[in-house]
Design a binder for this molecule. Structure first.
Ligand SMILES: [Zn+2]
Length: 175
């Protein structure tokens, strides 16, 4: 698997369109507190490690605000995970220890950041709703699952963009 994809504007545009679909679905349901309509109140993001070619597709986090009670709802995203300043795809691929994963074209990440990410994958992620949901869907194993490697191994698709998008979608909270 090679990651020049992150340098490909059409791949990043596809990630943005997926986020727009996710936001539309949330908007259609209305405010979860009072049921009134939601309006767009996106906020700017400057994700670290985002290639220049992809910046325009990754410069906002889509967010919604209630017209009535003013509470904010931030839909899930395949571009941004948790509160990380790096794009999700970088967090997934850089955290992986799997040999044979090609990291060409991915930005370098400092060791302290990488250590923090791997700690999050091993300690916090398995007990999140999505971590618990995934555990029931991966092939049972006597060894503890090592994230994100077990996802990279479990998800196979014909093309690398389909595969990466499938992995990013798995990291969304199950509904
Ligand atoms: Zn409301």
């Amino acid at each position: 698997m090679c990651h020049a994809l992150l340098q490909t504007p059409s791949f990043c545009a596809l990630l943005r369109r997926i986020d727009e679909d996710l936001a539309r679905a949330v908007r259609d349901r209305g405010c979860c507190h009072c049921g009134e309509p939601l309006h767009s109140t996106d906020y700017p993001r400057k994700p670290r490690g985002c290639p220049a070619a992809a910046r325009v597709e990754c410069d906002t986090r889509l967010s919604l605000c209630c017209a009535d009670c003013r509470r904010r709802t931030t839909p899930e995203s395949v571009r941004f995970v948790d509160r990380r300043v790096y794009l999700s795809i970088i967090v997934v691929l850089r955290s992986s220890r799997t040999h044979g994963v090609c990291l060409d074209g991915l930005p370098q990440v400092g060791w302290a950041t990488l250590k923090r990410w791997r700690q999050w994958w091993s300690e916090a992620f398995p007990s999140t709703p999505v971590g618990r949901w995934l555990r029931g869907r991966l092939q049972p194993s006597p060894e503890p699952f090592v994230y994100p490697d077990c996802l990279l191994q479990a998800v196979q698709h014909h093309t690398q963009d389909e595969r990466l998008i499938a992995i990013l979608r798995l990291l969304l909270n199950p509904i």
